[in-house]
Design a protein around this ligand. Structure first.
Ligand code: CUA
Length: 161
């Protein structure tokens, strides 16, 4: 079969580009640990905050749990215009698994200074695990416009030395 030189060049170029993109994907996933937030489970946004119905219906102070030494999980409810709980305190070197959902509209969840950035949709639970090795205060901001109070929607993670 005859393939025109220019056509062959474009085929080679396309394959090369795909290989470059696949390599970039692997490097970001494995070398930099960039994870795509996975929809973890579906919930009913109308009842998710009902006391006793789900971990997001528990009292705010019970939504951060220590599973093992230096291993924590937090169930965070996003709503206009707060994250609850809005302050999480963990010791340095802890891994924190976040389960975040919204009971009203779409919100954002970005931990400043990290690569943690999730879209929070009503009815869907977004989850990510991160390890906090450096002590300090990490600000969580909502980075999806969610109404007039959007710019006041934030929370903090306190990593103790
Ligand atoms: Cu919530 Cu913007």
């Amino acid at each position: 079969m005859h393939i025109d030189t220019r056509e062959r060049n474009y085929i080679v170029l396309s394959v090369l580009l795909m290989l470059i993109f696949a390599t970039a994907l692997m490097v970001s996933a494995f070398a930099y640990g960039i994870q795509v937030p996975v929809p973890y489970e579906r919930v009913d946004p109308r009842t998710v905050a009902t006391p006793g119905a789900s971990p997001w219906g528990n009292p705010v102070e019970e939504r951060v749990r220590e599973l093992a030494p230096n291993k924590y999980e937090a169930y965070i409810l996003a709503q206009a215009w707060v994250f609850l709980p809005n302050k999480i305190t963990i010791p340095k070197g802890s891994s924190l698994t976040l389960y975040v959902t919204s009971k009203d509209v779409q919100h954002g969840f970005n931990i400043q200074g990290t690569n943690i950035n999730m879209m929070i949709l009503p009815g869907q639970v977004s989850t990510l695990t991160a390890t906090f090795d450096k002590p300090g205060t990490y600000n969580i901001v909502c980075n999806e416009y969610c109404g007039v109070g959007h710019q006041t929607m934030y929370a903090t993670i306190e990593v103790q030395p």
